[in-house]
Design a protein around this ligand. Structure first.
Ligand SMILES: Nc1nc2c(c(=O)[nH]1)N[C@H]1C(S)=C(S)[C@@H](COP(=O)(O)OP(=O)(O)OC[C@H]3O[C@@H](n4cnc5c(=O)[nH]c(N)nc54)[C@H](O)[C@@H]3O)O[C@H]1N2
Ligand SMILES: Nc1nc2c(c(=O)[nH]1)N[C@H]1C(S)=C(S)[C@@H](COP(=O)(O)OP(=O)(O)OC[C@H]3O[C@@H](n4cnc5c(=O)[nH]c(N)nc54)[C@H](O)[C@@H]3O)O[C@H]1N2
Ligand code: SF4
Ligand SMILES: [Mo]
Length: 729
């Protein structure tokens, strides 16, 4: 007799984690449907989403990895032997121990990517192992906004968009129509239906921009100039919030002087946005209250221009009084549950290991010293940011250390839920680096191009097979998630299992008290006074947002608590940056030159459905819906190069070339926007093909050279590179 039941669980094919009911027969999910009884649920979101229906298919996809695999042939030859978890863990632990003895703990690096799984077990392991070389995408995703807002406001802020409360929305380099087809996008549509003004800053007229009252087609990478132009108009026309600026902002006079030269006509010349639109946008944004300002990866990936852009946007919110105001933003709180920083055991990370960071403290902010400086501010309000992600190593230095042993040899890497060959910059460099390793371990759902080069591939438990608890890395008092629906299929295990087992084998005996991932999550939630089962029932733990907290009187000092900065105010003029010998006011940096041989500007990586970075290319329905890697361009640009919709073309930069299919879109002229994450899982899972890695992979075109990255965070350029194109006959 079949054993049938229905279990509450969540989708995790994007960060929204929609509530589902899973129908289980004999331990396998045969069907899922939306579950209206739990958070987050929205039938109109699920009606439009193509991903959740594919849960049963992904769970038992023929290409899933089900057992630990050990390489038996040459690296990359595609020859594998199935082994037991015990054997895999014992062998990996032995090899890590031997490498550590020879080279020191820094010889182990790790790689993470988007938030597909919980990072803190990896970070906890690395802390205890003694290596500072956890590496990810922090420099170009999340960290710039977190670090800049923390130094400007004393803590990161969460943006708000309420159709009732908010009066204007400025969306800067963010395209939720493709990247967040859930609540945020839904709210923007509602906002637009109500006739409220939306301003979108994006070189492409995206589906989000199509809803806008005003679309500002900025030339890639010129954003700080545009933002300073808006500030110029707002200050010149006295549209700022005088009272708030007087009481709560530091350095207005310096700012006023600083933006004086960013006249609308100058801004037009640099950014391509018409002077009259610069004025219109400034008046619209400053003329409505409350107004919200969201930004996305469009500005996180501008190399040295990312920090000045974030700073200018932080200032734009401040001078218009849109900080800690319902409908605009709130300064978030530390969680009631155990924060990420404690789960990482960062307090135990020894000083000598910190000093051994691979950048040798050359980064001013994304470094242990930068972190400590920032912590001395946030601690004024008793708050601590997560440490490991905000100090994560610069990938370019890791790849180089693998190849040349400088500043020390990095001989091994553990890759979890990421695919560096497709999603990190400079594929050729990464390929050489991975090939040179003594030990490469990959925890994966699928045999990705990176996994194809591994010594061991370990089968990870994915959606429905493990519990979920998402937490904004401990920067806010919110957790959402739910339980697993089934035991992992075959011999898959949650990532947590791997880190704990390796940790135990390497002597980390006291620090892994929780046997299962569920127990670990339960323990981390317990200070909030919520049991795991209650949490799973609702799918959400959060406290209500508080506003105008800076006005609250601190009982000890008898004074308003203000902002956790050196001046106690929002720092328009940044004392923090001044102390680091960096620009105290946002100052645009030179853009990569447009040369006659590379006359076009390149965007690599604007999001598109139904894929998610390098994921889901195995699903035939998705491939039918979206069969080609597009290179978008305006009709004028296409005409210049004899291209039309569907033409095949090479896109080439100084780093290399890759092929795409032309798609004519409304966007800035002389700009090419290529999709990223493309590979072909149906092609051979071995060298030389590596699943079609070398065909249409956008990161063949990019580079993250440390020396030309931003000196504070290490941000490199994905948007605004110089390129050329050529029709494939
Ligand atoms: N050129 C360019 N490059 C970019 C970007 C860009 O805009 N342009 N964007 C960058 C950004 S913001 C990000 S976040 C990264 C994303 O980069 P990645 O995170 O590397 O890419 P994904 O395809 O999202 O996920 C990688 C792998 O995670 C696996 N996976 C999913 N769930 C689990 C799990 O629970 N456990 C384990 N072990 N594996 C799992 C999937 O099978 C998939 O192969 O790309 C970055 N790279
Ligand atoms: N479908 C899908 N959804 C995803 C992902 C995915 O891979 N696929 N990835 C997830 C991840 S990891 C992240 S970080 C988020 C990112 O979410 P978003 O930030 O919304 O994503 P992007 O599409 O990378 O960037 C937004 C916009 O920036 C624009 N842009 C490019 N260059 C510039 C520039 O120089 N200036 C300005 N102002 N804009 C520019 C692009 O045209 C694009 O429309 O999405 C998440 N959601
Ligand atoms: S929006 Fe779609 S992909 Fe994202 S969690 Fe919900 S159902 Fe899954
Ligand atoms: Mo990301």
């Amino acid at each position: 007799m079949s054993n049938q039941k229905s279990i509450a669980a969540n989708c995790r094919f994007c960060g929204y984690q929609c509530a589902l009911q899973a129908e289980i027969v004999n331990g396998k999910v045969i069907k899922v449907r939306p579950d209206a009884s739990r958070f987050p649920y929205d039938d109109s979101i699920q009606a439009r989403c193509r991903r959740w229906r594919r849960v049963p298919e992904v769970l038992d996809h023929p290409q899933r990895i089900n057992y630990p695999l050990k390489r038996v042939g040459e690296r990359g030859s595609g020859k594998w032997q199935r082994i037991s978890w015990e054997q895999a863990l014992d062998e990996i632990a032995d090899r890590l121990q031997a490498l550590k003895q020879t080279y020191g703990p820094e010889t182990l690096a790790t790689s993470i990517g988007g938030p597909h799984t919980t990072f803190w077990p990896l970070h906890r392991f690395m802390t205890l192992f003694g290596s500072p070389n956890n590496m990810g995408i922090g420099q170009i995703c999340w960290n710039p906004g977190i670090l800049v807002n923390a130094m400007t406001y004393g803590w990161p802020i969460d943006m708000e968009l309420h159709p009732d409360l908010t009066e204007c929305a400025l969306l800067w380099g963010v395209n939720p129509a493709e990247s967040d087809n859930s609540l945020f996008w839904h709210t923007i549509q509602e906002f637009s239906r109500r006739g409220k003004p939306i301003i979108v800053v994006d070189p492409r007229k995206t589906a989000t921009a199509k809803l806008a009252t005003l679309w500002l087609p900025v030339r890639p990478g010129t954003d700080p100039v545009l933002a300073l132009g808006l500030l110029h108009v707002i200050i010149r026309e006295k549209l700022y919030n005088l009272n708030f600026v007087d009481l709560w902002c530091h350095g207005f006079a310096e700012l006023e002087k600083h933006v004086a030269s960013y006249s609308p006509s100058y801004v037009e010349a640099v950014t391509g946005v018409k002077a009259e639109d610069v004025i219109k946008a400034a008046r619209l944004f400053a003329g409505k209250f409350p107004a919200t300002l969201y930004s996305g990866r469009g500005i996180d990936q501008l190399g040295p221009n990312t920090v000045p852009t974030h700073r200018a946007l932080a200032i734009l919110r401040a001078v218009t009084g849109n900080v800690d105001v319902p409908g605009a933003s709130h300064i978030s709180e530390m969680p009631d549950f155990i924060p990420e920083i404690d789960l990482e055991l960062s307090a135990q990370f020894p000083e000598h290991s910190r000093r051994n960071n691979i950048a040798r403290n050359r980064l001013l902010l994304q470094s242990y010293s930068g972190y400590e400086r920032l912590k001395s501010l946030t601690m004024k309000h008793n708050k601590r940011l997560p440490m490991r992600y905000l100090t994560s190593a610069h990938p370019n230095l890791i790849w180089r250390a693998m190849l040349n042993g400088e500043p020390y040899p990095v001989r091994s890497m553990i890759v979890m839920a990421s695919d560096p060959l497709l999603t990190q910059a400079d594929t050729h460099l990464i390929y050489q680096a991975l090939k040179s390793l003594d030990l490469l371990v990959v925890l994966e759902l699928f045999k990705t191009p990176t996994a194809m080069l591994a010594d061991y591939i370990l089968p990870a438990a994915g959606v429905m097979e493990r519990p979920l608890m998402e937490t904004k890395a401990g920067t806010a008092n919110i957790a959402y998630g739910g339980d697993q629906a089934v035991e992992p299929y075959y011999e898959r295990r949650p990532d947590y299992y791997f880190w704990r087992e390796i940790g135990l084998r390497l002597g980390q005996t006291k620090e892994w008290p929780w046997k299962t991932y569920r127990e670990a999550l339960q323990a981390s939630l317990s200070p909030a006074g919520v049991g795991w089962e209650d949490f799973c029932k609702t799918g959400l733990y959060c406290a209500s947002n508080q506003y105008f907290k800076y006005q609250e009187i601190n009982p000890q000092s008898g004074q308003a608590s203000g902002f956790a900065t050196a001046s106690g105010k929002i720092e328009l003029y940044s004392n923090f940056l001044e102390q680091l010998n960096a620009d105290a006011l946002p100052t645009p940096k030179a853009l990569p030159e447009v040369s006659p041989s590379y006359p076009l500007k390149l965007i690599t990586g604007a999001r598109f459905h139904p894929y998610y970075a390098s994921s889901y290319h195995q699903l035939q329905e998705f491939r039918r819906l979206h069969p080609h890697p597009w290179a978008e361009m305006s009709s004028a640009t296409a005409a210049k190069f004899g291209l039309e919709d569907g033409s095949r073309l090479w896109v080439e930069t100084k780093k290399g070339k890759a092929r795409f299919v032309a798609k004519i879109s409304e966007m800035c002229d002389d700009v090419i926007s290529v999709e990223y994450g493309w590979w072909y899982p149906e092609m051979e899972a071995a060298e030389p093909s590596l699943g079609g890695l070398w065909l249409s992979n956008a990161n063949i075109l990019t580079s993250a050279e440390f020396e030309s990255s931003d000196p504070l965070i290490g941000t490199w350029i994905y948007n605004g590179l110089s390129c050329r194109i050529e029709k494939i006959q």
